[in-house]
Design a binder for this molecule. Structure first.
Ligand code: AHG
Ligand code: MN
Ligand code: MN
Length: 337
């Protein structure tokens, strides 16, 4: 293999060398996540095919029951991460309580929180979906099983966050607080290869991404902001272009590369919006901020919020810095146009 190819594994090990006190636990954890991502990627690509194969009695060619992909992705993450001795517990968007490490396996010093399959309503239409993960150091006593306290840390305590997009190719993007790096899965040899080093989000948005069918349910300040981005003004590059996939990972990934703002505001139907603080908002916030952008609940930094419960929801405004700062001004009522 050419020495110039930077695989994800090598990148993580290079990072580890920067910290003499590192034990390799984090490197092992990332390798486990990487394995799960490859497995989910493989199954996502076969989603339509599995349906066909499972048509009669929902049993696939391996004789296993065909599962909904978000259950499959959840199980894959749990089974990839439960035995390595790197975690004290985990939590998943697909499970109500925390997920303990089975007794027979050693307990580690990290916590992993994840959304195993984001955008899963899109899967049957062949639209890209993703996996989101967030890693913290545990704050409770070592050697004992982790507790919910370990899972309810504010986002600024994250030691790593990442996502995988299962799109026209599969990409893993992650940060440990030293910039944001993107790796594309080369299916020919099954490795994630560095394709997007040091990703920076443009300061100004070209795109706005929001489910505008909720317009009537937003409060006036949010309505004013959306009216503003749609109004024509050459000097300020308006109207912004509208793009909304309905898979947050894919929407934010595109905006990260092209410059954009993604919004999921509170509404009279959903007082705290739809997206989940610890599984979705915090990891995406860490990544976008590391890329030079901003993530807010409309009033301040998402990552300062201390979570009270695992499945807590939060309004989300995330993307190019200039535009997130501006939407906060609209929300404070400091501007109307
Ligand atoms: P999930 O599939 O993990 O439940 O998340 C779906 C989320 C997110 O990906 C997306 O941005 C949002 O739901 C779309 O919601 P709307 O259909 O209300 O626009
Ligand atoms: Mn999701
Ligand atoms: Mn999900």
């Amino acid at each position: 293999m050419s020495a110039n190819i930077m695989t994800l594994t090598r990148h993580i090990i290079d990072e580890q060398y920067k910290y003499p006190e590192a034990t390799g636990e984090f490197t092992n954890l990332m390798n486990d996540i990487c394995f799960a991502a490859k497995r989910i990627s493989y199954h996502t690509n076969k989603a339509g095919l599995l349906d066909v194969l499972g048509e009669t009695d929902l049993i696939n060619v391996q004789g296993e029951k065909v599962q909904k992909l978000d259950v499959f992705a959840h199980d894959t993450m749990v089974k990839a991460l439960d035995h390595g001795g790197n975690l004290c517990c985990m939590a998943s968007e697909e499970e109500e309580g925390i997920i303990s490490i089975p007794e027979q396996y050693p307990i580690g010093k990290y916590v992993c929180l994840f959304d195993p399959l984001d955008g899963s309503s899109n899967i049957d239409a062949n639209v890209s979906v993703g996996t989101i993960f967030s890693i913290y150091k545990r704050i409770t006593d070592d050697d004992k099983p982790g507790t919910i306290e370990d899972c309810l840390q504010p986002g600024h305590q994250q030691v790593c966050a990442g996502y995988v997009v299962y799109g026209s190719s599969t990409m893993l993007v992650y940060t440990t607080g030293n910039g944001v790096h993107g790796f594309t899965l080369d299916p020919s040899f099954g490795e994630f290869v560095l394709s997007h080093p040091n990703i920076k989000i443009p300061d100004r948005a070209n795109i706005y991404s929001v489910n505008e069918s909720n317009f009537d349910y937003w409060d006036n300040n949010v309505k004013n902001y959306i009216r503003y981005v749609k109004a024509t003004d050459e000097k300020t590059n308006r109207p912004l272009n509208s793009r909304y996939i309905g898979s947050m990972v894919s929407d934010i990934h595109r905006n990260l590369l092209y410059g954009g703002i993604f919004l999921y505001p509170a509404s009279s139907k959903a007082q705290n919006g739809k997206l989940r603080l610890i599984y979705e908002a915090n990891p995406m916030a860490f990544i976008v901020e590391q890329a030079g952008g901003r993530a807010s609940n409309g009033h301040g930094d998402i990552m300062q919020i201390v979570p009270k419960e695992l499945h807590q929801r939060v309004p989300l405004f995330i993307g190019s810095k200039y535009d997130v700062v501006m939407v906060e001004e609209f929300i404070r009522g400091e501007r109307e146009s």
